[in-house]
Design a protein around this ligand. Structure first.
Ligand code: FAS
Ligand code: PHB
Length: 390
């Protein structure tokens, strides 16, 4: 089989890329090793930057998000028992965020690709890439027990942190950057209406807590925990008790509790590779970079990589230009490093540090400054809603 762009992975990166290329008349094939059901039910991110929400609408996959997504114009930072609202709309000229589950985005994009006649193969196995430094790379895989080969002009590695694309780049080519944080998140999905109309980031001496949501009936909540935390040591009752302690305020606000539908531990790390390309292979999203989830950037960075690659591939196919393809990594990395910085700042400033009281007082002073300076809160707001695309 032959196509113009072979895409490995049917997560947000691969699906956004395939649908956007389709709008530009560029063919692609997506090869995914999991089942469609697995991809459509994997609970992950929940916050879309302003331009990413607009992109889903532009791609023809935003109707349900417009109906069911929750548009927020701010967040709360809670510390010393008091709430401080960061007013995105006021600070960024009207920009907002949309709370809409990643797995719903995946569902909507899969439906849009299939409706457009897209080639999207699930449950493929033994994926490998070949001829990356030639003009005719290929992807070999097994489907329904039969060996197959996809000839293409370009390969997009959208296969996440544990995929095959990044490891397929020869040793010595990539420079890796990594920062591992001394804590993780214990996250729950609960059958209870959110206790606040917008997200609450709570800094507390017992540890960080985040009150998020998925729908008006489903809450998404997180607790800072040890990186090697034993999930079995956390009963639902213990989780709610800890959340109550960390989210307590001087006001008459209370945290509503309900049945826990799902719980899990998410590690916290910053990771990226330079360059994000090798020959005709381009890495996108988690295949190239990981950010701690505090800044809600993971999914949004994947969309930004897609924006850069689509523009470069359109210039190649329509005008024979190679320059934007050559600069793919450079353009992506400028935004990625800024998102890494923002995610690092949100994570270290809001979490309880094991480094001792001085550092934790500095973080509280940082929160005090950000919530009392229009300049500082504007900086937070414009990073959170999403910096302009280059
Ligand atoms: P993905 O990992 O989503 O998708 C990669 C796809 O490739 C998968 O479908 C996988 O099955 C497939 N694949 C892998 N290897 C393959 C192979 N060999 N052959 C074929 N297919 C292969 N981000 C936020 O912004 N906020 C959050 O709260 C948040 N929470 C997260 C919680 C968890 C547990 C994790 C792991 C991540 C979280 N993230 C969060 C980040 C997450 O949303 C990612 O940024 C996002 O999924 C990136 O999308 P992709 O790059 O498409 O990678
Ligand atoms: C989520 O709802 O999963 C979420 C929201 C905001 C974050 C991280 C995760 O910063």
């Amino acid at each position: 089989m032959r196509t113009q762009v072979g895409i490995i992975g049917a997560g947000p990166s691969g699906l956004l890329l395939s649908q956007w290329l389709h709008l530009h008349g560029i063919e692609s094939v997506i090869l995914e090793n999991r089942t469609r059901e697995y991809c459509e039910n994997r609970i992950r991110a929940g916050v879309l930057e302003h331009d990413v929400a607009d992109l889903l609408v532009h791609l023809g996959a935003g109707e349900r998000m417009k109906r069911e997504g929750l548009v927020h114009s701010g967040i709360y930072l809670r510390f010393r028992g008091r709430d401080h609202r960061i007013d995105f709309a006021n600070l960024t000229g009207g920009k907002t965020i949309t709370v809409y589950s990643q797995h719903d985005i995946v569902k909507d994009l899969i439906a849009a690709r299939l409706q457009a006649g897209g080639k999207l193969f699930f449950e493929v196995q033994d994926v490998s890439v070949h001829g990356l430094d030639s003009s005719q790379p290929s992807i070999r895989y097994t489907r329904n027990g039969r060996p197959e080969q996809l000839e293409c002009d370009f390969i997009a590695g959208c296969d996440g942190f544990h995929g095959v694309s990044r490891p397929s780049i020869p040793a010595g080519v990539l420079k890796t950057h990594e920062n591992v944080y001394p804590y993780a998140w214990l996250g729950i999905l609960a059958q209870v209406a959110p206790s606040c109309d917008e997200l609450v980031y709570a800094s507390h001496e017992r540890g960080f807590a985040l009150l998020s949501m998925r729908t008006p009936q489903i809450s998404r909540l997180y607790l800072q925990c040890a990186p090697d935390e034993d999930l079995n040591a956390w009963s639902d009752e213990r989780i709610w008790k800890e959340l109550q302690l960390r989210c307590a305020t001087h006001g008459d606000w209370t945290l509503k509790e309900g049945p826990v539908l799902q719980k899990g531990i998410t590690a916290m790390r910053s990771f990226l590779v330079e360059p994000m390309q090798y020959g005709r292979l381009f890495l996108l999203g988690d295949a190239a970079h990981i950010v701690p989830p505090t800044g809600a950037k993971g999914l949004n960075l994947a969309a930004a990589d897609v924006h850069v690659l689509v523009r470069a591939l359109e210039a190649f196919y329509k005008h024979g230009r190679q320059d934007l393809l050559a600069r793919y990594s450079e353009v992506c990395l400028r935004r990625i490093w800024k998102a890494q910085r923002f995610s690092w700042w949100m994570t270290t400033t809001l979490h309880r540090s094991p480094e001792g009281d001085f550092v934790n007082q500095i973080h509280l002073a940082d929160l005090d400054y950000v919530t009392s300076s229009r300049a500082a809160s504007t900086a937070l707001a414009e990073n959170y809603v999403g910096l302009p695309y280059d």
